[in-house]
Structures are given as structure tokens and as C-alpha cells.
Design a protein around this ligand. Structure first.
Ligand code: NAD
Length: 259
């Protein structure tokens, strides 16, 4: 897959907050990942757009290019080591650097523990936790070599408060929060900034259901989250403004969890 691009006409305009940066966003073929990729591109970043579904990755890259961005679609399953290595290699070949990694790819299923086939458990942990580890594992050495980097992990309020039918998801997301803190302790003195976002219920294609509507009714803010409620937090964490945030989990969640 080649880089989708069209020329940018920004003569005389102020440069974006992420001008000159390269971002790799996983699961950017839809929902939150796509919105983050679009916002980063709007701030001048060049994007590697990953999704397990190649058609989705390509569609996002085309959207970004139509708006004047530079985007490389990189199909791959974040839980598969060879796919992640390939994705990182292609990104570096196209852009020579990766400044920002957003570990966003995710799935959600609803199953009671007493009925959960172990393969459902394993898949959940693999996509969220192994995926976050693998992408970080193969991007981090390049950031360390460059002397800077931003890693943003998308967790969930379920990783903080739990949820019935969601033990596998909640455990994976709690793991992402623990991974974020521990990695921050390892690398923050080497100028790698690691933080997480734990969104509350956000309206995306993945969430429209009666269960979602019930969850939203219990939210203190009284409405579902929108993509616009998450994107500014991701932009903040990707920008220089967040350099004193270390291993934190930011919570745009409509009041679902108050810390
Ligand atoms: P979504 O389904 O719209 O997007 C997820 C994308 O990830 C899809 O395009 C999917 O194809 C891709 N993907 C799935 N498995 C993958 C894999 N193994 N490798 C690469 N790509 C893969 O979902 P979303 O709501 O945008 O969720 C994005 C992230 O935000 C997830 O980590 C999710 O757990 C988290 N989150 C979502 C909500 C919410 O209410 N929507 C709340 C809290 C956290």
C-alpha cells in the first residue's frame, strides 16, 4: 500500500501543533482511532493508519489525503508479532521516524465468566494487552534512539470500575493502565512520554446497542460521549503541552468514574 497524499496549501497560515511529527495510530479504520488520526493530520502530522481490516485502513488514509494530509495505510493485527514488525518497518520506510504511537485497536464482547470460552478471554487479552505491548516493543527503540516520543494508550473506564459481562475487557484495560504506569517509570527520564486515556461510553459504530443506551442513562452528564470529547485529550497528550504528565490516565468519561 502506498502513501496517500495531496499537496497542502498552508501559505501564511500558522503551523499545526504536530507539524513535522509522524504518528502511528492502531485501529484507525473507524471510531476513536480514525477521529484521532484525522485530528493529528489536521494539526500537521503525517500518519501511519493501522487496522486489522485493510479496506478500513485504506479508507481512512484516503480521507486524510483528501483533506491534504499524508497517510500510509498499514494493515495488520496488533496481536501478531510479525505483523507489528512489518507495520513498524513500513512506517519507518515511508516516514523515517515515529514520534507518536497511539495504541487504540480494540474489540469488545459481552460474556459472563461462567460461560466464557477461554479463546474469547485469550483474544481480548491478545488484542488489547499483547497488542499494546507489541506495538510499544517495536516502536520504542526508535523513539529512544531519536531521544523523544509520545505513547498514548487507549484504556477504558471499565479498566477502572469494572463491568458485568466484561471481565475480560476490564482486565485487559486495567492491564493497559498498569502497563502505562510501569513503562512511564522505565522511560520518562529518557524523554519518552507515556500516558493513557480511559474514555467513558463514546458513540461509535461499535457501541450502538440497548446495553450502551442503558449505560449512558446512568452517566452523571446525562448524554453519551462523542468522538469530539476524546480527541482533544489525545491531541493534548501528543503535543509538547503534556510533557509533565507521566504515566497518567486521563478520564474523559462524563463523570462515570471520579478520581
Ligand atoms: P471501533 O470498533 O469503532 O474501532 C476499533 C478498530 O480497531 C476497528 O476499526 C477494528 O477493525 C480495529 N481492530 C480490532 N482489532 C484489531 C487488531 N487486532 N489489530 C488492528 N486493528 C484492530 O471501536 P472504538 O469504539 O473506536 O474503540 C477504540 C478503542 O477505544 C478501543 O481500544 C476501545 O476499547 C476503546 N474504548 C472505546 C469506548 C467506546 O465507548 N467506544 C470506551 C472506552 C474505550
Amino acid at each position: 500500500m502506498g502513501i496517500w497524499t495531496t499537496s497542502r496549501h498552508r501559505g501564511g497560515q500558522q503551523l499545526g501543533r504536530l507539524e513535522g511529527k509522524v504518528a502511528l495510530v492502531t485501529g484507525a479504520g473507524s471510531g476513536i482511532g480514525r477521529a484521532i488520526a484525522e485530528a493529528f493530520a489536521g494539526e500537521g502530522a503525517r500518519l501511519a493508519v493501522n487496522d486489522i481490516r485493510g479496506s478500513r485502513a485504506r479508507a481512512t488514509a484516503e480521507r486524510l489525503a483528501r483533506r491534504g494530509g499524508h497517510a500510509l495505510p498499514v494493515q495488520g493485527d496488533v496481536s501478531v508479532e510479525s505483523a507489528v514488525k512489518d507495520m513498524v518497518r513500513k512506517t519507518l520506510r515511508a516516514f523515517s521516524r515515529i514520534d507518536i504511537l497511539v495504541n487504540n485497536a480494540g474489540v469488545v464482547t459481552f460474556v459472563l465468566v461462567e460461560r466464557m470460552p477461554p479463546r474469547i478471554w485469550d483474544r481480548m487479552i491478545a488484542v488489547h494487552l499483547r497488542g499494546t505491548f507489541l506495538c510499544t516493543r517495536y516502536v520504542l527503540p526508535h523513539m529512544l534512539k531519536a531521544g523523544s516520543g509520545k505513547i498514548i494508550n487507549i484504556a477504558s473506564q471499565r479498566g477502572q470500575k469494572g463491568g458485568p459481562w466484561l471481565t475480560h475487557y476490564a482486565a485487559a484495560k486495567a492491564g493497559v493502565i498498569g502497563f502505562t504506569r510501569s513503562l512511564a517509570l522505565e522511560v520518562s527520564r529518557r524523554n519518552i512520554n507515556v500516558n493513557a486515556i480511559a474514555p467513558g461510553p463514546i458513540l461509535t459504530g461499535a457501541t450502538i446497542s440497548a446495553r450502551f443506551r442503558r449505560t449512558v442513562r446512568g452517566l452523571p452528564i446525562g448524554r453519551p460521549g462523542r468522538l469530539d470529547d476524546i480527541v482533544p485529550t489525545a491531541l493534548f497528550l501528543a503535543s509538547d503541552d503534556s510533557s509533565f504528565y507521566v504515566g497518567q490516565t486521563l478520564c474523559p468519561n462524563g463523570g462515570d468514574v471520579m478520581l
